[in-house]
Ligand binder design. Sequence first.
Ligand SMILES: [Zn+2]
Length: 442
Amino acid sequence: MASTQSEGPSPTMRLPKQNLIAVIGTTGVGKSKLSVALARVLNGEVINGDSMQMYRGLDTITNKHPIPERHNIPHNLLGHVTDRSSEYGLPQFEREAAKIVDDIHRRAKVPILVGGTHYYIQSFLIRNMTVASSEPRNLTEEEAKFLDECDTSELFAKLKGVDPLIASKFHPRDRRKLRRALEICWTTGRKASQIYADQKQHGQNQQVDNARYRTLVFWVWSKPEALNPRLHDRVDDMVKKGNLLDEVQEMSELYLNLDPLPDVDRGIWQVIGFKEFLPYIVSGKDEDREKGIQDMKRSTVKYATTQVRWIRRKWLVAAAEAGNDVTTVLLDASDLSQWDEKVEKPATEIAKEFLSGREIHKSLRVPDGLEDMVQPAQEKDNSARPDNWRHFACDICMDDGEKFVCVGEERWKVHLRSRRHRQTLKHINERAAFERWKAARE
Ligand SMILES: [Zn+2]
């Protein structure tokens, strides 16, 4: 951009951003395969961006790419967490990934970040606008530990103390948003609600220089009709070879000895397959084994659906805000017999183009017919409407032993009409009728 001294303070000199390639997409779609292929051609190294694959061992249940298929390409941050009872978290990932990317650049190689934990990848690649613009301090070890380890209810209480307005905006169980807001409050020394309000005033759609690297992202995608049978087969395969159940057995020996038992949605325990097969490991019953298989298939498909939703609602939105430094390219991996023509070859060509400093032409960023996939699916933004931040607790519906909570009147109205609420109400009325009947008999 042209700028002269007379227009204001001279712009800070910036070094050109370093290149980074990332491969994102659902579980079982072929991300690892593509990343190794790219690394071989481009003199690259792979960095793992899947939170479960940070843990050592458990290669089957966490879907680690088999060693022979890694073709001697270095894989960083893979299986480096040895303590399974510890919880690996985002701040740790950001620190470690930044260090490794620097190191790979120093060795004049190309970092290829691959993984399905898309919020790790997004937080790392695209700094949150608010934080980028206010040059915060880093979290202290103690703060990072709190954010990683506290219960969601503690997180909510803490945020409420620091910034009650922003706390009222979020659902008390929305761990990710709560921790992000608290992190912003701590690192900026300001209230997150105030920062958001300032941003609103300065116009929402301004592009901010918030991409950490000049980034090319390959989104490997498959039609669900093609992907889901592959995911089912993978579960059958893991069970048939025996490794999966051995690993669940191994995990359960540690798990069942921990006191109190950790939540199965925290740390390594949330890996798909563990909670599904734990009943079988304990009971040894065939029916529990069968149920484990069905449940694991269902969880895997559900996870893949969530991953695509994340990419469309979060990644594409953030990438658009980050401007020209971030380019997302969609690759169609629906038909594995066309992997070379539709995935590997185009990705390799595009990556070379990118590394030579050129912009990727729009027509190359999405295969014909899939244009709709890359339209960012904006989430409804309620942040400009404080009237919509009110919390409504339902007196009859429970959420893990606590009253079910809705944020905003619109959602509350939807809840009152929901099947869930009506069923609960019906149940209570039936119960009351029964009690009256019983009392009348006595
Ligand atoms: Zn209700």
